[in-house]
Design a protein around this ligand. Sequence first.
Ligand code: GAF
Length: 391
Amino acid sequence: MTLPELTARVSQQFIKIYGRHPRWMAAAPGRVNVIGEHTDYNDGFVLPMAIERYAVMAADKSADDRNVIQVRDTADGVEPAMIDLSAPVEPGMPKWGNYPRGVIAGFQARGIKPGGLDVLLHSTVPLGGGLSSSAALEVATATLLEAVTGKTIDPVEKALLCQRAEHEFAGVPCGIMDQFISVMGRENHLLLLDCRSRQTELVPMNDPSVALLIVNTNVKHELGSGEYAKRRAQCETAAKILGVASLRDAEPEALESARSKIDEVVYRRARHVIGEIERTLYAAEGIRASNWLTVGNLMYASHDSLRDDYEVSCKELDAVVEIAEAIGVKGGVFGCRMTGGGFGGCAVALVRTGDVKVISEKIAADYKRQTGIEATFFVSRPAAGATILKG
Ligand code: GAF
């Protein structure tokens, strides 16, 4: 469904649920990371793109003038989040409401007061798919509040406000990639983001002969499980031992010379990060030059490193990548890797556009045979970042 179609549909649903037209609407996309995984919180580089899957929010002033933001979800059986603005906003139940809560608290902290609202949320970003459904929800909330209050926040500040919501209200010590791309995505471009300087460079990705095929293993990924925080801590330990501010500053040779002083697991974590930062820069060069073989090989190398050194893959993601690799360039696959935090969720494959259907069918059949699970597939062009749709 295109964004205008989605907008019309959510507007209709708002009318059905609240009995009047929405006055404001906003959307923010999910993302797929082409390469640069677990590098953002190490001050490294990432290369994501926004996808044509969105969290859409529609709103009107609260019907009964209460100082409460009520957020309903269009999905059946989801408990609404009631966010009372008469006291400082804090984490609470239902848990999903902590994403909008955290963003509203961020606006309050800046002295921006949205007042009571009736809000409807509809998201087409698969939940737990590693495609940043939570960042899309945070950024959609922030964009909606910008529309409601007429106060625009600088894009970098806005992404950081949403990241803080995730840290403080959802308890996930994430990096800055997901919120940045959801705010700053551009149609037909990947975003090369330097997570240290926060400088961004748009990398054109508009060659119609290739496509990014997203394969959802339909194994849910959970970042709150503690493994993510553990990886972050291991990276900090490695940086400390190497005497650098972050792994961005570590040379591969320095890591090798220090190997005997470093715990074996911590050593492998650092090896992934240092290698991945380098691969990301090479991949950006490859994309600029439409050198799809090189980009594809870097994607495979990234996956191997995430599986063996960083240990954030799972057997289902490995199965998808192995099937894709077996199809090979002859069958139209240049490269494939897990994408996002890991432990389930999606893989992303760089494929020849004309072969998308055959490749999807082959992966679906072999994956089902190996795991008993139905995978789901979609292709997305690089999409634009968050936008005010109405108001
Ligand atoms: C998750 C986090 F939210 C990101 O900040 C990033 O670290 C990613 O995992 C791994 O690259 O999506």
